[in-house]
Write a protein that binds this ligand. Structure first.
Ligand SMILES: Nc1ncnc2c1ncn2[C@@H]1O[C@H](COP(=O)(O)OP(=O)(O)OP(=O)(O)O)[C@@H](O)[C@H]1O
Length: 292
């Protein structure tokens, strides 16, 4: 199932290469094929949530698009080119790992790592001021002005996570790859980050691939879902993919999907593995046998 792209490319603009194009793509880790035959076009401005249990290959897909891992079969393009390591057109929010408490970087240094040297050249005079202004703006967008000069290793997990988002945005990317960027964020700051990414894709046409175990915080902004389970996958709108029938087929076990107001609750049975649906749902849903 493939839903119609609902991107936000500017009307009247010359047709551009999609932000991401995958054709017959397959990935392997060691001797294990994680998924194959994946076709996906992501136009400018589209917001795609990537869901699936632990180990289904969500992060691996981002690594392919970052040019860190070759496909085992098929083709991948980012902005019409083969994925390249270190591309300044791609912003990346990696899966969260606490930073070393002694890392000798301030918040603004950490965000500045998202700007490449080619574009700014020697950082002197006007360029230096321009660079500083962009970093300040990125810090401000994630509400991190207060710790611009604080050592990053001493910040909380959520504060560090907001700096990672600022670092991904500061380079003005065409594609944002986000690996569980809401982890460690309280509900208010989850909303800040989701609104920021949504504004970014609407105003600048940045395509967003957003790996998450929790669909509800992004449900209002998601165009399509790519749901990966044990080599099987579905692509489509949330209404197409997030159904009992589709998820039961993917998990090959009974899964109930229930809509409660504007939220989706996913309940697994026996050995099926389902994702959490967000802290606010925990009171509403029975605990699954396993939850990723
Ligand atoms: N560098 C590596 N070498 C070998 N196997 C790897 C490597 N990185 C990941 N894997 C394996 O590939 C599989 C997919 O990993 P991946 O990180 O893409 O899953 P994921 O869907 O992002 O999972 P999670 O929800 O736990 O983050 C896992 O079984 C993992 O153990």
């Amino acid at each position: 199932m493939t839903g119609a792209p609902t991107g936000h490319a500017t009307a009247g603009a010359a047709p551009a290469a999609p932000a991401v194009a995958l054709r017959g793509a397959a990935v392997e880790r060691g001797t294990r094929r994680l998924w194959s035959d994946l076709d996906l076009d992501v136009p400018a401005g589209e917001f795609i949530a990537i869901l699936g249990p632990n180990g289904s290959g969500k992060t691996t897909l981002l690594q392919v698009l970052l040019g860190l891992l070759p496909l085992a079969a098929g083709e991948a393009q980012v902005g019409g080119r083969r994925p390249q390591q270190g591309s300044n057109r791609v912003g990346y929010v990696p899966q969260q790992k606490a930073l070393d408490p002694n890392v000798p970087l301030r918040g603004r240094d950490f965000v500045g790592l998202g700007l490449d040297g080619h574009r700014f050249g020697p950082v002197l005079g006007r360029r230096r001021r321009e660079r500083r202004a962009r970093i300040d703006d990125a810090l401000h967008q994630v509400g991190a002005d207060a710790w611009a000069d604080a050592p990053v290793g001493r910040l909380s997990g959520g504060e560090q996570q907001r700096l990672r988002v600022a670092q991904a945005l500061v380079g003005d990317p065409d594609l944002l790859l986000c690996d569980e960027p809401l982890l460690s964020l309280d509900l208010a700051h989850q909303g800040v980050v989701v609104d920021l990414l949504d504004r970014r894709r609407r105003d600048h046409g940045t395509a967003v691939l957003f790996v998450t175990h929790e669909i509800n915080p992004v449900l209002p902004v998601v165009d399509r879902v790519l749901y990966l389970v044990d080599g099987r996958f579905r692509i489509g709108t949330p209404d197409e993919v997030m159904t009992s029938e589709t998820l039961s087929e993917l998990y090959q076990a009974p899964v109930d999907v229930v809509r409660v107001r504007d939220r989706i609750l996913v309940v697994g049975h026996e050995d099926s593995v389902v994702h959490h649906t967000g802290a606010a749902d925990d009171v509403l849903m029975p605990a699954p046998t396993h939850a990723s």
